[in-house]
Design a protein around this ligand. Structure first.
Ligand SMILES: *Cc1c(COP(=O)(O)O)cnc(C)c1O
Length: 384
């Protein structure tokens, strides 16, 4: 079966009633026949039937061994970091998601340090690996400059240098419809399912998929011990959202390409400076994207010739269809100004190093008609 068929067909109807929509098992506990004798469920922190269906769904989509659902993307990132101990080191992509950066700062206090590296530079990444390196943390594409790292190459080379290294990919910006890191040699995939997987900007959720039983048992222990599980109703919302993942990603990628091309049009060349979209041939990692991804995705970033916070603010407050908001991956198109919004707490030197200019604007393309979206951007740019 092709992936888009699998998404739908792998959600089994309820064996008890035949209900075609997954039941929401809104329960904390389960009646036992005699002590320890039950139907596989004893307490919802440990196991819940609705959560189990979501976990199975994402395991199939990511070609993994098993998955775990958490109450947010960051709760799932945190669970992975708890695999480490004092003295272990992490190598992480330098323009990492701001929330993960903040969390890594907390772990630094606990004796687990992070070396931030431009992971699009493979030599640099591999030469940074030491005997203490336990984790390589990749995001591809990154936020907001959409840098693409070669997951397959890094996974192969890093394991040759240090076989105990785990390669983790935060696959939030791509989604399993675009790439499957485990198939490329990674060990763990993390998702903020808040974004493309749930897809409707109505739930906060995190997912981990692992490639083997050893990692699953360790992470299952961590999840049960720390308790940040996804609630049954949020599991249901995520299951409902994931069913249209392929439809959305296909349309969003197609629209994003058209919008990126519109921004690049020479009639906008006096206003727009740089455009970051992996589908455009001038993008610095375009050929890795072609090799690694099925689609180029629905996120575009660009900066203005008049490189000031004020001019960016003028654009982001002039759109009518694009709503000014953080987050991404929903059905409604969003516009945001990273410097004053998503990357407000990123230290200036890191921000400049990552190429996040004052006037940078990020678009998350929704499922509206693309010509309407272009018209909206056109009128907003005229306000400049
Ligand atoms: C949003 C996001 C997260 C955090 O997820 P939450 O669901 O907001 O906790 C992690 N990584 C990336 C790349 C994200 O975009």
């Amino acid at each position: 079966m092709k992936e888009e068929t699998k998404i739908i067909q792998n959600i089994l109807s309820d064996p008890l009633t035949g209900a075609i929509s997954t039941p929401i098992y809104q329960t904390s506990t389960y009646v036992q026949e005699s002590p320890g004798i039950h139907k596989g469920f004893d307490y919802t922190r440990t196991n819940n039937p609705t959560r189990k269906i979501l976990e199975k769904l994402i395991t199939n989509l990511e070609y993994g061994y098993a998955s775990l659902a958490f109450s947010s993307g960051l709760a799932s990132v945190d669970a992975v970091l708890k695999l480490l101990k004092i003295g272990d080191e992490i190598i992480a992509v330098d323009d990492i998601y701001g929330g993960t950066f903040r969390l890594l700062n907390l772990y630094k206090k606990l004796g687990i340090s992070t070396n931030f590296v431009d992971t699009t530079d493979i030599e640099k990444t591999i030469s940074s690996i030491s005997d203490n390196t336990k984790l390589i943390w990749l995001e591809s594409p990154t936020n907001p400059t959409l840098k693409i790292s070669d997951i397959e190459f890094i996974s192969n080379k890093s394991k040759k240098k240090n076989p105990t290294v785990l390669v983790v990919v935060d696959n939030t910006f791509a989604s399993p419809a675009i790439q499957n890191p485990l198939k490329l040699g990674a060990d763990i995939v993390v998702h903020s399912a808040t974004k493309y997987l749930s897809g409707h900007s109505d739930v906060l959720a995190g997912l981990i998929t692992v490639k083997n039983i050893d990692l699953y048992e360790k992470l299952k222990y961590i999840q049960n011990a720390t308790g940040g599980v996804l609630s049954p109703i949020d599991c249901w919302l995520t299951i409902r959202g994931v069913q249209t993942l392929y439809l959305r990603i296909k349309k969003q990628s197609k629209s994003a390409y058209k919008i990126a091309s519109f921004l690049k049009d020479k009639k906008n060349s006096d206003k727009i400076d740089k455009i970051y979209y992996p589908g455009l041939s001038h993008h610095k990692n375009h050929f890795i994207a072609v090799k690694q991804q099925r689609y180029f995705g629905g996120i575009i970033s660009f900066s203005l010739k008049k490189n000031t916070i004020e001019s960016a603010k003028q654009v982001v407050t002039s759109t009518r269809l694009f709503k000014l908001a953080e987050s991404l991956g929903g059905t409604k198109s969003l516009i945001c100004h990273p410097v004053t919004m998503t990357h407000k707490s990123t230290p200036l030197d890191i921000r400049i190093n990552a190429g996040i200019q004052d006037s940078m604007i990020r678009l998350s393309i929704g499922i509206e008609n693309v010509d309407d979206l272009i018209e909206d951007l056109d009128q907003a740019l005229k306000a400049l």
